[in-house]
Design a protein around this ligand. Structure first.
Ligand code: C5P
Ligand code: C5P
Ligand code: ZN
Length: 479
């Protein structure tokens, strides 16, 4: 096999971006409807927001399908009721063979950042950072790839850059210095700043920093999960009082943004003391200071103003089975859709809070094995929220050098949905590869990124699957 070196690096990646934009322009001129297929999470919805906005502005009719995964049934349903070309965003690369079998002769663009499972059939255009030696798990998200194609299509589409920032934050790609985005995501950040749509600053990243009383913002912060603080308004008030911070100004609650620098320092110090006194690593506090992305054109006091909150709003829409609301918001709806989505967000947050609290306090949920920690969600945690529950729990496992493997039974009672999360400092372990191999050996399907992966396996094979994951992680750690 010959490997052509000119496929590698940013320049090559951008050649594919251009190729995709050219293909889209051609389809736009032909005027046939285009089908956008995307992944049901904040990144996937942001990607749809970008792609659908482009097509809308170009006057191209389109339809949108948002799916949790792809399998033969879903793909044949997609193709049987639609004749035109397809644009896949934030999904597709890891299902290339299945897609090619069903859609091989159709016009298809895949704009993704998941590790590819194989080359696309001739005539398709796939834009994926992994194909060019770039890192799809932290350099760019699905929305980011869609955005680069959008700005290539028409430079006036740069006003869509904030959605690429929201998508990248939704996929937790803020893993660089002080929780910032870097790599190719930086292009979207820069475009958004230049367009006057985004302000980037270093600050406390408490959730709701613009909108909520300080103790609530602290208690609502789940990334990272701060033991004793997340979901515990009573303890938050106690820590604030120890730090000598007034929570009210006259009759009004103060928000995090009202704190002086000196008060912020005192608060962090008090949090460190609080964690240390309960035997938790105080270093968790370092992750509460970071890069804040403010969407300056969004109304203050709404969850769209802070890009991290925007992404959790979209996530809530996705997980509560109303991705359409998220798409409407990304396309500019600030009335009814926003109101409904905010209600969903409240419901979603209390669901997550309940699951996380139970998993941490009731016996039988968490089990430490030799190389992994298992979260037995069984039918106590819905398969719709097992992934965010896994993300939140793993963010509290600082110092545990084992990945978290969570599962929940699917509603049909036959399959289990698995979500695995690797602690960030456990370099050298690719949970995507582990889940793929283990699921395949257990009549299932799995895959994903090095830090976060998922799978579906029959419940009857679950125990075998978990043992195999444990063994494969052990082997990878020794390598
Ligand atoms: O499908 P996709 O790539 O869009 O999603 C990545 C998933 O991985 C998200 O659900 C995100 O929350 C999770 N993730 C994580 N920890 C990381 C990176 C990603 O939990 N460090
Ligand atoms: O569902 P969950 O958020 O746990 O998935 C983590 C990551 O693994 C996501 O990026 C998801 O798209 C990916 N994944 C995959 N192939 C699968 C299952 C999940 O690439 N079969
Ligand atoms: Zn993604």
């Amino acid at each position: 096999m010959s490997i052509s070196l000119d496929r590698f690096g940013r320049e090559a990646f951008f050649r594919f971006v251009k190729r995709a934009a050219d293909r889209l322009s051609r389809w736009a001129k032909e005027g046939n409807p285009i089908s956008i297929v995307s992944h049901v999470d904040a990144d996937g919805i942001s990607a749809v927001g970008i792609m659908a906005s482009c097509l809308y502005r170009l006057g191209v009719p389109f339809r949108v399908r948002i799916v949790p995964w792809l399998d033969e049934d879903i793909i044949s349903e997609l193709s049987s009721d639609f004749e035109g070309p397809f644009v896949f965003t934030d999904i597709g690369s890891s299902y290339m063979e299945l897609l090619a079998k069903e859609l091989g002769t159709r016009g298809v663009l895949v704009l993704d950042h998941h590790p590819p499972s194989g080359p696309p059939p001739p005539g398709w255009v796939e834009v994926n950072p992994h194909n060019h030696g770039l890192d799809g798990s932290k350099d760019i998200s699905g929305a980011g790839v869609a955005y680069l194609v959008a700005r290539e299509l028409d430079s006036s589409f740069r006003d869509l850059a904030p959605l690429a920032v929201v998508g990248a934050l939704g996929d937790l790609q803020d893993t660089f210095n002080k929780r910032s985005l870097a790599g190719l995501n930086e292009l979207a950040v820069r475009d958004a700043v230049e367009a006057g749509l985004l302000k980037v600053s270093k600050d406390l990243i408490f959730y709701g920093r613009e909108t909520r009383p300080i103790h609530k913002a602290m208690a609502y912060t789940t990334s990272p999960l701060v033991p004793g603080i997340t979901y515990r308004e009573d303890n938050c008030l106690m820590v604030l009082s120890k730090a000598g911070i007034r929570v009210k100004e006259d009759d009004r609650w103060r928000a995090v943004r009202d704190l002086t620098d000196e008060e912020k320092e005192r608060l962090l110090e008090a949090l460190r003391d609080f964690l240390a006194s309960r035997g938790h690593p105080p270093s968790i506090v370092d992750r509460l200071v970071g890069t804040v992305y403010t969407l300056t054109r969004e109304e203050p006091w709404t969850p769209l103003r802070d890009a991290r909150e925007f992404s959790s709003l979209l996530n809530a829409c996705a997980r509560m089975e109303r991705p359409d609301l998220g798409v409407a918001i990304c396309m500019g709806d600030r009335s009814k859709a926003l109101e409904e989505a905010m209600e969903l967000l409240n419901e979603y947050r209390s669901t997550l809070a309940g699951h996380v609290a139970r998993a941490l306090s009731e016996p039988g949920f968490l089990e430490e094995r030799e190389h992994i920690i298992v979260l037995h969600g069984r039918d106590a945690i819905s398969d719709r929220v097992i992934a965010p529950v896994a993300s939140i729990l793993s963010s509290s496992m600082v110092g545990k050098r084992k990945p978290l493997v969570a599962y929940a039974f699917s509603e049909n009672g036959e399959m289990a949905k698995v979500s695995a999360r690797r602690p960030p400092d456990l370099v050298g372990l690719d949970v995507g590869a582990v889940l793929r191999e283990a699921a395949e050996a257990c009549s299932g399907l799995g895959g994903g990124h090095d830090v976060a992966a998922g799978a579906r396996v029959p419940i009857s094979e679950l125990e075998k699957f978990l043992s195999l994951v444990d063994e494969l992680v052990g082997r990878a750690m020794r390598a």
